[in-house]
Design a protein around this ligand. Structure first.
Ligand code: BMA
Length: 844
């Protein structure tokens, strides 16, 4: 009879680490035993933060210091920890666990090499002999991370240079976050180090893996959680207990049975509380607690939260059009999927707290987003990100980590990718929020651009199709069969080799004709719609506060300065071109500006207007059942990872830009749009977008005013709005007759207790100076501001200098002459600033 099992131990090894640069002249043993050159190190952490804390490098986010720290990426680095194993910690199975080593790593224990790793996303568990290798007493753990840059270049020299966009081409050979190599919105900081937890793991009985797919009856009236465990160790006398409780903490089901290596249990849920995306219902999460017990002694436990829902990707014919739809359905309910692309929220990932993740996801939900696409050039995100998405109802489009490259596919590489994908799928597959797996970001588009994909192409060079069309779908089908897999973004299904990722009639599309490619005026976004627009965007500066913090030299705080340009990483074949493209969109729409404050306002104004045109045009094509011509729109990008001019709608300080408010309005349950501009080919038109479950009758008010505020026409009308559809309205004849006269046309709607408003102004704005709207701002009780306009006001923007915390329930609003709006505001409003288009024209 063997000794009774003892409870498992998972002890973090995070205190007492030191870091030094590798001296290539010293052998490993001498180096590891050396006494000089060491600085304190954070674990989890990365080299830049430790060097910064030690005053060895400046903050790479400030000024142009990024250029001063590039030497770090060329060097190799060593982490060292002395720790003790307590006799009470000894178990039959002992291991050192490294959840993430960035990236080309070797690990030594007591001077002996115990592990190598070359994939930042593959957790490492090193099993060690409790008696010989991890016996009670002192031990020395050393991690060496070699320069990923040099390593990648070595592989590139062996296998050849491959085409890509963004970053050093050697990045294609290294399984490291691609954006670390620099991107068109991010600095080049090739981090290195134990970026995820390190721990001592001791078990007598081990819970190796847990899978808990949810089955839902067709009528959604019954559910079952099918738990599958893999156990290891001495299982005699051991029992497994599963306990499922609902979101209110009520016990739903408990199941206890003798432990077996291959364990299964079905946990029935009689009346399932369904999980819904934000805005469509609640997000009840059930908690599954699994424990290994010996008698009543708990040896180990694991806990996760599950949402009961069915997600479907619907590709069906679209009435009157060729191709197939591309939209999501949750629990049998189809919906227009408005949202954004998510990039890693920092370069130094260990700085991102669970609170910050939640705040960013909350900002997405408050902005009407139902989906975030975790983009393929970043990381498989932290659990805190998915926790927030599960809790707040944000669906996740999860890319595998390939972006903008013609990736290799030799055997060693495929093996590493397989281990990485297995780790990611098994970690994330229980997530309620996870809607779809996607093979890569823009690799088909890049392959097309170099003639390696598409009609008449030499597809031999596009070996990575083995990854996107064989390896990953096979793994997803095996490990997570309930969830859709999409080979890439963008990707269009079709005859093999003839696909064209720019197709508008099927699959998803990145509509970059505005900003990139043709630099189309944003007023023509309707021309580049598609079945699901998974990327599009326009740049703007971050808030003035963010720029001032990043540009300490006051003489550089001006439009066109070198440091301002340094914080715009957009580039193309001509090199840095973000400032050039920004200038084009400013020149197209607004009068010239001379101050940095005005340029911030102007770029954010143009970005907001662009997003209005985009979302209104894309959601208009949601249309009705059987004719779902556009199923969603995900703006590039939600967030920033450092202080930068980029496509983000929320800057690196978390400050919401005008575009965030415009998108919130365009994705609201009730929204409307009007067009009256000669530039917009649809001429005078108006439409309403409703995601309400029921048809409603809306009260519509049409108003036509001069820029001086004279009302030329105003009338009311009742309009019938079908449920969950977009509806074309007939614009008043008076509007058509006005042609392109410089008038303000407005439509306001109210239905089901909701309000929606839409305006059309003479465009481009630079052609038609607006009057001073003579805004009157009153501070009312209860955190309310009232703003009244004497004359029509365009793009009224409230913000509070130095207080990114102040949030306005609505912002970047338009007002008719004589109109008042009351805006709820949270946070301090001392130093409130209110500007509008007039200020740009008058004081630009
Ligand atoms: C697309 C994205 C990103 C890029 C963005 C803006 O290519 O996939 O790679 O940052 O456009 O250029």
């Amino acid at each position: 009879m063997h000794d009774p099992a003892s409870p498992s131990i998972a002890r973090p090894l995070h205190q007492g680490w030191q870091l030094r640069e590798v001296d290539p002249a010293l052998d490993a043993a001498t180096l590891q035993a050396s006494s000089d050159g060491w600085i304190d190190a954070r674990v989890p952490g990365t080299v830049y933060r430790d060097l910064q804390d030690a005053g060895r490098i400046p903050d790479p986010f400030i000024a142009r210091h990024e250029a001063d720290v590039q030497w770090v990426a060329e060097r190799d680095w060593l982490w060292r920890l002395d720790f003790e194993v307590d006799p009470a910690e000894v178990r039959r199975h002992m291991a050192l666990c490294f959840d993430g080593l960035d990236t080309i790593a070797q690990v030594w224990l007591d001077g002996r090499l115990i592990a190598r790793s070359d994939n930042m996303f593959v957790p490492l568990q090193v099993t060690l002999d409790p008696a010989r290798e991890l016996a009670p007493g002192p031990h020395r753990l050393v991690i060496r991370c070699d320069s990923a840059l040099r390593h990648g270049r070595m592989l590139q020299a062996r296998h050849g240079v491959r085409p890509l966009w963004n970053g050093d081409s050697s990045r294609l050979y290294v399984r490291k976050a691609p954006y670390h190599y620099g991107w068109d919105w991010g600095p080049t900081l090739l981090t290195a180090g134990p970026w995820k937890p390190v721990r001592l793991q001791a078990d007598d009985v081990r819970l190796v893996s847990l899978h808990s797919p949810v089955w839902l009856a067709d009528d959604l009236g019954r559910a079952r959680v099918d738990v599958a465990l893999e156990l290891a160790g001495m299982l005699d006398g051991i029992e497994v207990e599963h306990r499922l409780v609902d979101a209110q903490g009520r016990e739903v089901c408990t199941h206890r049975s003798p432990a077996r290596a291959d364990h299964h249990a079905g946990l029935a849920v009689a009346e399932p509380q369904l999980w819904w995306p934000a805005g469509q219902g609640a997000q009840p999460l059930y908690t599954l607690t699994t424990r290994l017990l010996q008698g009543e002694v708990e040896l180990t436990r694991t806990q996760r939260r599950l949402g009961l829902r069915r997600i479907r990707l619907v590709q069906e014919p679209v009435a009157g059009e060729s191709g197939l739809s591309f939209f999501f359905e949750v629990n049998g309910r189809a919906f227009f999927c408005g949202g954004a692309n998510w990039i890693p929220d920092d370069l130094l990932l260990e700085r991102i707290t669970p609170e910050r993740y939640r705040d960013r996801v909350q900002t997405a939900v408050d902005g009407g987003h139902t989906m975030l696409r975790v983009w393929g050039g970043g990381i498989y995100e932290d659990d805190a990100f998915y926790d927030a998405c599960d809790e707040l109802g944000v669906l996740v489009w999860q890319d595998f980590l390939f972006a903008c490259g013609l990736y290799p596919a030799h055997d060693a590489y495929l093996a590493s990718v397989e281990a990485e994908a297995r780790a990611a799928i098994t970690r994330l597959r229980h997530r309620a929020s996870l809607a779809i797996w996607c093979g890569n970001n823009e690799d088909y588009t890049l392959a097309e651009s170099v003639g390696a994909h598409g009609p008449g192409s030499d597809t031999v060079r596009f070996e990575a199709r083995r990854i996107y069309e064989q390896l990953l779908p096979t793994l997803c089908a095996q490990l997570d069969p309930q969830r859709p897999y999409w080979p890439g973004s963008p990707y269009t299904p079709g005859v093999d080799g003839l696909q064209n990722s720019q197709d508008k009639t099927a699959g998803d599309r990145h509509s970059w004709e505005v900003w990139h490619q043709l630099m189309l005026p944003y007023q023509r976004y309707a021309e580049v719609g598609a079945r699901f627009v998974s990327e599009f965007g326009l740049q703007s500066h971050p808030s003035l506060d963010v720029l001032h913090a990043a540009i300490p030299d006051e003489s550089e705080r001006r439009p066109g300065s070198r440091t301002l340009q340094w914080h715009n990483k957009a580039s193309s074949v001509v090199g840095a071109d973000g400032h050039r493209r920004l200038a084009v969109y400013l020149a197209d729409n607004l009068p010239p500006v001379t101050t940095l404050a005005a340029e911030v306002q102007a770029t954010q104004f143009v970005q907001a207007e662009a997003m209005r045109h985009a979302y209104e045009a894309f959601r208009r094509r949601w249309q009705r059942p059987g004719a779902r011509a556009c199923g969603g729109a995900l703006v590039w990008q939600l967030n920033d990872c450092w202080p930068v001019s980029s496509w983000a709608i929320v800057d690196s300080a978390g400050q919401r830009k005008p575009a965030w408010h415009v998108i919130r309005r365009a994705l609201a349950p009730l929204a409307c749009a009007v067009r009256r501009d000669a530039l917009d080919p649809s001429g005078a038109s108006a439409w309403v977008m409703s995601s309400l479950d029921q048809p409603v009758q809306a009260q519509a008010r049409w108003t036509l005013q001069t820029l001086t505020g004279e009302t030329l026409d105003q009338h009311e009308q009742i309009v019938d709005l079908p449920a969950n559809a977009s509806t074309e309205l007939t614009v008043p004849a008076r509007w058509r007759q006005a042609g392109d006269a410089p008038l303000v046309a407005a439509l306001s709607l109210s239905a089901a207790g909701l309000q929606a408003r839409a305006f059309a102004w003479p465009e481009p704005h630079r052609w038609q100076p607006v009057e001073d709207p003579q805004l009157r701002i009153e501070t009312l009780d209860g955190g309310l501001l009232r703003v009244t306009a004497e004359r029509p006001a365009k793009g009224v923007w409230f913000d509070v200098a130095g207080a990114p915390g102040a949030t306005f329930a609505d912002n970047f609003i338009d007002l008719l002459a004589g109109e008042s709006r009351e805006i709820a505001v949270q946070g301090p409003i001392d130093g409130l600033r209110v500007v509008s288009l007039f200020d740009l024209q008058a004081r630009g």
